[in-house]
Design a protein around this ligand. Structure first.
Ligand code: SF4
Length: 589
């Protein structure tokens, strides 16, 4: 078994077919970017000599490639592929549950393979697949990869493609997976097997997130051109929008315990035995946490600096988004890493190694900007701003102290005042906060929800960006996922072969009936409001600006709550905010 090192770029004497990797379909227009995880896997396999094709569903959805479903359908029908890998989602985007879309695609493709000699094996990976492996294995996937899957996927492909096909020798694919870590599958007898992943080490992390991305071509220019072509007006946000943006992943995982979030469980669950998994614990009222423990691993400041130089020189990148869940994670050490990186960037800019207007953004927690006595770390914000930090996403979630402590949020030790202090300091210093808010917290009373909307809209007017999560999604692997306290809304999907109706967990139904009604009808109402604005602006067919989507959504929410005695004034303010945003006002930069 190979470890994660790139030990060979030579061919692997393939005797069988090829591998097809299929990206997730984000469904969003304003933040299109190459699907980092699938491009990584594709290039990892190619470098090790595995013949592989990539089907990018985001490019297809935007008519930006000729190689869409029709092209690959033809090749699948002709038996080109022995392995078809798909990055599946359990996510709701603008009202659509993406798992349904993925299941439909899987079964459309499966229906083509009946005529192939030796059916391809369908594999899946990523957070949604790994943390809900049992359901995906029941619904059309043969083999799931857990955690960071590059080495295990390579090993599987190598075995499948270099030896006689299992189907030709009367074997089941599960006969050849022995010894491969980080997989879940059903064997020929239908037994579910879960084989833990290896621990992520500094070396393996460095290889995957530092060496590998610098060793291949990423189609950034295609995506930047597409964004320019598709965007209605990207300059209506609180901060300047730069098309030439590259995403950097620099931290293995976030160790926090927010009740709704499953990012924390992706790696920690991958290293456990089957009987230790969260899914095996029944009868819990509110939240349970993964028992897996893994050290946080990060790229160093000089490595981040080298990546920045690489992308600016090679592609002309002018902006970097650190896509870590929490860039400053690791308290003192995490903050020191970013201080060191900022000083490096200032040095590069002074020496002319990168342009002075290269910008950065990230997401992190409010607590990372608080010192020991909850004093805001203004020096850190100032240093990041000086280095070019354009904006900073903050997982605020709510401005209600009660909700911050609710099990579904579980942001202990942070208050609404702390959040506002950090946001105010950022605005004062010149960094644009992007405030991430969840509207559908199940414990919300209408009054608490309205208070949060009121504070959020004030911040839009002051120049903040706002990122809205609508309903609180039921994400497999989240601490609250199977809690008895919360009621789930599900979507139905009919299995095309068995005809069975499958219920897919969708979101948590708010406990208050008025909030529940608003969230149940929210997606359609928000879309109607957005369509109206897009038509008024003459933007039909283009990707709506993110801040316009958010303010339209707040307009719809207040109407649905139908409590004019509480919302009349606020509705006027939201309308005023929308008009201002559409005129390009309320911007900090
Ligand atoms: S919401 Fe953010 S801070 Fe909380 S566990 Fe998830 S990634 Fe970590």
């Amino acid at each position: 078994m190979s470890d994660n090192r790139l030990d060979s770029e030579a061919g692997c004497n393939v005797v069988n077919g090829r591998v097809l990797l299929i990206t997730a379909c984000s469904g969003l227009g304003f933040n299109l970017a190459p699907h980092f995880g699938v491009y990584q896997l594709y290039n990892y396999l190619i470098k090790k000599g595995i013949p592989c094709d990539l089907y990018d569903r985001d490019l297809e959805q935007n008519n930006w490639t000729e190689k869409g479903e029709e092209y690959f359908t033809e090749r699948i029908s002709q038996g080109f592929y022995d392995i078809i890998g798909i990055s599946v989602s359990h996510d709701k985007v603008l009202g659509e549950q993406k798992m349904v879309e993925d299941l439909n695609l899987i079964w459309r493709l499966r229906s083509l393979t009946g005529r192939c000699e030796g059916r391809p094996i369908f594999v899946a990976g990523g957070q949604a697949a790994a943390l809900n492996h049992e359901q995906w294995l029941n619904l059309g996937i043969d083999l799931i990869f857990l955690g960071f899957a590059e080495a295990s996927l390579y090993e599987f492909c190598h075995r499948m493609l270099t030896k006689p096909k299992p189907s030709k020798t009367g074997k089941h694919f599960s006969d050849i997976v022995k010894g491969i870590p980080g997989i879940a599958y059903r064997d020929l007898k239908g037994r579910m097997l879960y084989v833990p992943s290896k621990l992520v080490t500094q070396d393996s992390f460095r290889e995957l997130f530092y060496e590998l991305p610098m060793s291949y071509e990423m189609p950034y220019h295609d995506f930047w051109d597409l964004l320019r072509y598709r965007s209605a007006n990207q300059q209506l946000g609180g901060s300047e929008f730069i098309f030439e943006n590259v995403r950097i992943y620099s931290t293995s995982h976030c160790p926090r315990r927010c009740g709704f979030c499953n990012s924390q469980s992706f790696l920690t669950e991958s290293i456990l035995e089957n009987d230790e998994l969260m899914a095996t614990h029944e009868n819990h009222e509110t939240v349970i946490f993964s028992k897996g423990k893994m050290k946080i691993i990060q790229l160093s400041a000089p490595e981040l600096g080298a990546l920045t130089l690489h992308y600016t020189e090679k592609y002309g990148a002018r902006s970097f988004l650190f896509s870590d869940d929490d860039l400053l994670v690791g308290t003192k050490q995490g903050v020191n890493r970013i201080r060191e990186f900022c000083n490096l960037v200032l040095e590069y800019k002074a020496l002319g190694k990168i342009a002075k207007d290269v910008r950065f953004s990230c997401q992190t927690r409010v607590a990372c900007f608080l010192k020991s006595k909850k004093e805001v770390d203004r020096e850190l914000i100032q240093l990041m701003t000086d280095a070019g930090w354009l904006s900073c996403g903050l997982g605020v979630e709510t401005f209600s102290d009660n909700m911050l402590k609710a099990p579904s949020i579980n942001k202990m030790g942070i208050t609404s005042k702390d959040c506002r202090n950090v946001i105010d300091a950022m605005l004062d210093i010149g960094m644009v906060p992007q405030i991430n808010i969840i509207l559908g917290i199940p414990e919300y009373t209408p009054k608490e929800l309205i208070e949060t909307v009121a504070i959020a809209i004030d911040y839009v007017i002051k120049g903040c960006d706002i990122g809205l999560a609508r309903q609180l999604l039921a994400l497999p692997g989240a601490p609250m996922y199977s809690a008895s306290k919360y009621k789930l809304a599900t979507v139905s999907w009919k299995h095309p072969v068995t005809g069975e109706e499958i219920e897919i967990p969708d979101y948590f139904i708010p406990l208050d009936p008025k909030v529940a009604f608003a969230l149940e009808n929210f997606d359609e109402a928000a879309q109607r409001e957005l369509d109206r604005v897009m038509e008024v602006m003459g933007w039909e067919g283009l990707a709506s600006p993110k801040r316009v989507i958010a303010v339209c959504a707040l307009t719809a929410l207040l109407r649905l709550l139908n409590m004019p005695h509480l919302t009349a004034k606020l509705e006027e303010k939201v309308t005023m905010a929308l008009n201002g945003v559409l005129k390009g006002e309320f911007r900090s930069q």
